[in-house]
Design a protein around this ligand. Structure first.
Ligand code: HEC
Length: 103
């Protein structure tokens, strides 16, 4: 019984940490930008179509801004601190190339 309560407490914690805060996800070294997006981002950012990942505000329509966004997060978006280096580069490239920019 004690163990059951512990399990419930642990899963509640996982749910609470789910939104906002940060995510521990670390992409495999050889993951493509698209694979990272599908695993880490599409839960919230549903791809609009097969070749369109997001609609970007003009303020985030650069690689630097996209990397900053997912590494630092925001009030409603978790920070992905473990997407770094080449993985961050590939992910930002993918998002930028496959997004529409809102004017
Ligand atoms: C838990 C949900 C959630 C996840 C997971 C998530 N995001 Fe977000 N993201 C949001 C929300 C909500 C916004 C809009 C609010 C904001 O800009 O802070 C947003 C905004 C953005 C923006 C800015 C869009 C604009 O035009 O202003 C970018 C870029 C972005 N996300 C990229 C990503 C990437 C890349 C990932 C995967 C590493 C990701 N997000 C994962 C919820 C999420």
């Amino acid at each position: 019984m004690k163990q059951f309560k512990l399990a419930v407490a642990a899963s509640t914690l996982v749910i609470l940490v789910g939104c906002g805060g940060g995510r521990d996800y670390t992409p495999p070294a050889d993951a493509s930008g698209e694979q990272i997006f599908t695993t880490a981002c599409s839960e919230c950012h549903k791809p609009l179509s097969a070749d369109k990942a997001m609609i970007l505000g003009s303020g985030v329509a650069s690689k630097e801004a996209i990397i900053k966004k997912f590494q630092s997060g925001s009030m409603r978006m978790p920070a992905f601190k473990n997407i770094q280096g080449e993985s961050a580069d590939r992910l930002a490239d993918y998002v930028l190339k496959n997004s529409e920019v809102r004017k």
